[in-house]
Design a protein around this ligand. Structure first.
Ligand SMILES: C[S@@+](CC[C@H](N)C(=O)[O-])C[C@H]1O[C@@H](n2cnc3c(N)ncnc32)[C@H](O)[C@@H]1O
Length: 268
């Protein structure tokens, strides 16, 4: 789905040099059946050998697919054909490209700029709580929670986004947000640590594993929250969350999107 968060023509293919291993792996291996994408990626990598080298060094497990795509790309393409391929890949991967440009993400992504933090505060009392935000991004949820919580740990697997949050903490002198690496599959904390564990636009690839991990680090009587931002997308309620004991809260965003927020009280 193209969300038009960026104009791909304005971006250099070198943007991919800013990406983390997990994103390089995803781009290089997860779209094997989408031939238009792999053909264009092969061309873009063949004519950007530094990016191809970086991909293979950063994610050695992806090297065989990278080598195959580059080998299949035609030689002697004119610069405009190469640029067309680069733009195709940048457009197709826009949701990852924005992670390399957190300021643009903050400015252009409707789920962030259109969001009202009261939508989070309605879901639990954050006062003086110890909170974990998993997959924080630019810190939409983490910085909101920090206005009430004792401390918020903002866990984020993308380096550029961790740095964005750290810069904001220094710039705005925010004393109670700590930025850490980590994924929802492997949260770097002991069992029963947090009063509230929250995320937005993160859970959903593997509900059993992800919810087990979120549940592990929340204290008895604590909350797990899934609070997406505002957008214009039409969606239905996630039965996968309801059947695992979450309650849902629904509203229509001002741009007409169906927004569901979820929470679950955890008893151990
Ligand atoms: C669409 S953004 C949402 C950011 C933020 N939660 C928000 O709602 O504003 C998704 C975020 O999840 C992070 N992410 C990707 N895979 C992840 C994983 N396996 N575990 C945790 N976070 C992940 C991305 O780096 C990105 O920051």
């Amino acid at each position: 789905m193209i969300l038009n968060w960026i104009n791909p023509e304005e971006f250099s293919f070198s943007s991919f040099l800013l990406m983390d291993r997990w994103i390089v792996r995803m781009i290089s291996t997860q779209y094997a059946g989408w031939h238009e994408f792999t053909n264009n990626l092969g061309i873009a990598l063949k004519y950007n050998p530094t990016v191809a080298w970086y991909f293979a060094q950063r994610s050695p497990e992806s090297k065989p697919s990278i080598d195959d795509m580059v080998a299949a790309a035609p030689s002697d393409l004119p610069p405009d054909e190469v640029r067309k391929a680069e733009v195709f890949v940048i457009r197709a991967m826009e949701t990852s490209v924005v992670y390399a440009y957190p300021d643009i993400m903050q400015r252009n992504c409707d789920y962030i700029y259109d969001w009202d933090k009261n939508l989070l505060f309605e879901l639990a009392d954050f006062t003086d709580k110890l909170v974990l935000d998993v997959g924080s991004g630019t810190g939409r949820l983490a910085f909101a929670a920090a206005e009430k919580a004792r401390r918020v740990y903002a866990s984020e697997p993308t380096d550029m986004l961790r740095e964005y949050m750290r810069d904001k903490i220094i710039r705005e002198n925010i004393p109670n947000v700590t930025v850490v690496d980590g994924t929802v599959q492997t949260i770097p904390y002991e069992d029963d640590t947090f009063d509230i564990v929250m995320s937005g636009h993160v859970v959903g690839d593997d509900y059993d594993r992800e919810i087990a991990e979120l549940t592990r680090v929340v204290k008895d009587g604590g909350w797990i929250i899934d609070c997406i931002g505002e957008d214009n997308l039409k969606r239905t309620v996630k039965d996968e969350l309801l059947k695992r004991g979450f309650e849902s809260f629904y509203h229509v965003s001002k741009t007409g999107g169906d927004i569901y927020r979820y929470r679950k009280r955890v008893w151990k």
